[in-house]
Ligand binder design. Structure first.
Ligand SMILES: N[C@@H](CCC(=O)N[C@@H](CS)C(=O)NCC(=O)O)C(=O)O
Length: 256
């Protein structure tokens, strides 16, 4: 039985479409992506930031086609094939691009060992504290659960924003911490339009940071037209989405 999530507009639009068009030629690195996916956007931003040559291939991960499951047995985008070998997990890919393409600048992890470890703490925070709260707020149907999720989200964002050196998380340099969170910043209008979220209600620091980071060129270049996200996020807002992440949130499990 096809899951409703399979009904996805088939390709990128807007600025992201131009980026896809520029990456059609075969390369040693094949990037399996879904234009709509925030995790994909993380890895995609890193590829664009660092000018790494890659071939973009659109995948509908909800179809779980055999070729794609051979690349990522979890059946999730993003994934890559590098010299014919497969890898997946958005943040692992971002770090892999650092290691496999050391001559491509700028790097998105700082060179200093302490700052690099510190950055990883906040990348982890984005995945474990911010993201589940974001999704809970989107998927919650009852008002009391929405209020609790919004409070949880605001607390996480205030903690994060209090550490922002500005304009980016670590200061002048855009880094993996920004990459880890910015795809959801570009999608927070969904919460603003449907769940009473406001950047300024989190804190002035959060609003300043979010307003700035979403304008980064690599972020803008990996975004599709706003109206194309509506169908997908409508399923989350009605709590009908059957993605692995949506099911995990519904069941109170960790997001895969
Ligand atoms: N932890 C993974 C999550 C990736 C993920 O959940 N991708 C979604 C699309 S946004 C997907 O492929 N979903 C297919 C499914 O849930 O069946 C990562 O960071 O790469």
């Amino acid at each position: 039985m096809p899951v409703p999530d399979e009904q996805i507009f088939p390709h990128a639009t807007g600025a992201a479409l131009s980026t896809v068009e520029a990456h059609k030629e075969p390369q040693e690195l094949v990037f399996y992506a879904g234009w709509f996916c925030p995790y994909v956007q993380r890895s995609w931003i890193c590829l664009e930031e660092r000018g790494i040559p890659y071939q973009y291939k659109e995948v509908n991960p909800y179809k779980k086609e055999k070729h794609f499951l051979d690349i990522n047995p979890k059946g999730l985008v993003p994934a890559v094939e590098y010299h014919g070998k497969a890898l997946y997990e958005s943040l692992v890919l971002c770090e892999f691009f650092e290691d496999a393409y050391p001559d491509h600048k700028p790097t998105i992890l700082p060179g200093d060992a302490y700052i690099k470890a510190y950055a990883r703490i906040w990348v982890d925070f984005a995945s474990k504290s911010f993201l589940p709260a974001f999704m809970r707020l989107m998927q919650s149907q009852e008002q009391d659960k929405r209020d609790a999720a919004r409070t949880e989200l605001y607390e996480a964002l205030r903690k994060f924003a209090a550490q922002v050196k500005g304009p980016y998380f670590l200061g002048e340099e855009f880094s993996l911490v920004d990459v880890a969170i910015v795809p959801w910043i570009t999608r927070d209008y969904i919460l603003a339009e449907n769940r009473g979220y406001k950047r300024e209600d989190v804190s002035a620091e959060w609003k300043r940071y979010a307003d700035h980071v979403e304008q980064r060129e690599s972020v803008v270049k990996t975004k599709s037209d706003k109206d194309k996200y509506a169908e997908i996020y409508g399923r989350y807002l009605r709590d009908e989405a059957q993605s692995e992440a949506a099911k995990a949130i519904r069941a109170g499990r960790v997001i895969p």
